[in-house]
Design a protein around this ligand. Structure first.
Ligand code: FMN
Length: 212
């Protein structure tokens, strides 16, 4: 008798305003629709990714670009990045959740992407081309912002969701979705856009977790 492997969902979350967070409200609606999946959380306000600095960048280049043996101390300098990368690779579905900060993703979320986008782990090169190694997996990014980036003069200022979509595309994810709830800075736009985003999030969850 074969037992079906259960889905694993990883939630990577940076919502430091906790219960007051607009973005968390969209996440909660999504999570409410999850069925038949293990859920693991990475709270980026508590488990802060490393940044590439002199020592660990050198270790990374020697290990993953040049394919050289590195010392135990160098390995240790990459341990947190390796742990976060293994965690991402263990998940069938990843949900990344954060507010827009200065037209992009908060620095801690970018540090997480930098930590998991390791050559040979989530992407590689083959015959001079880039190849993503995360095929078959799904990614959803949930973002909220004070201003509206859907219409008007600020459309090209939006780098919070578009960057995440690009990172997932580069890693080879097969199904990439994103929701940007704009206009959180003004009422009643906040409420109507939040409601619209919550509906979208629920419908993606229903699609992804429906048992066929
Ligand atoms: C440090 C900081 C930077 C922000 N930068 C932007 C920005 O560039 N563009 C924008 O539209 N809103 C910006 N905002 C507003 C937030 O993105 C918006 O209020 C969001 O809904 C907050 O999410 P939360 O309710 O989940 O905390 C910024 C807020 C903070 C605290």
């Amino acid at each position: 008798m074969t037992r079906e492997k259960s889905l694993k969902t990883l939630i990577v979350q940076y919502t430091p305003r906790n219960e007051r967070s607009n973005t968390k409200k969209i996440l909660d609606a999504f999570v409410g629709e999850i069925k038949n999946s293990d859920i693991e959380k990475l709270d980026l306000t508590k488990d802060v990714p490393d940044l590439f600095l002199e020592h660990n960048l050198d270790a990374y280049i020697h290990r993953d670009y040049l394919g050289e043996a590195i010392s135990a101390e160098q390995k240790n300098s990459l341990a947190k990045m390796d742990r976060m990368t293994a965690q991402l690779k263990s998940a069938d579905i990843v949900i990344v959740v954060y507010p827009m900060n200065n037209f992009s993703m908060p620095a801690v979320v970018k540090a997480w992407f930098d930590s998991v986008m390791l050559k040979g782990k989530t992407w590689d090169t083959k015959n001079g081309n880039y190849v993503g190694l995360m095929n078959g997996r799904k990614a959803l990014t949930l973002v909220s912002s004070g201003a509206d980036y859907e219409n008007g003069p600020m459309v090209s200022w939006e780098h919070a969701l578009s960057l995440a979509n690009l990172e997932f595309q580069f890693m080879g994810y097969s199904d990439i979705r994103g929701i940007l709830a704009g206009g959180m800075g003004s009422e009643p736009t906040r409420l109507s856009n939040l409601e619209k985003s919550i509906k979208q999030a629920k419908s993606i969850a229903q699609e992804w977790y429906s048992k066929k």
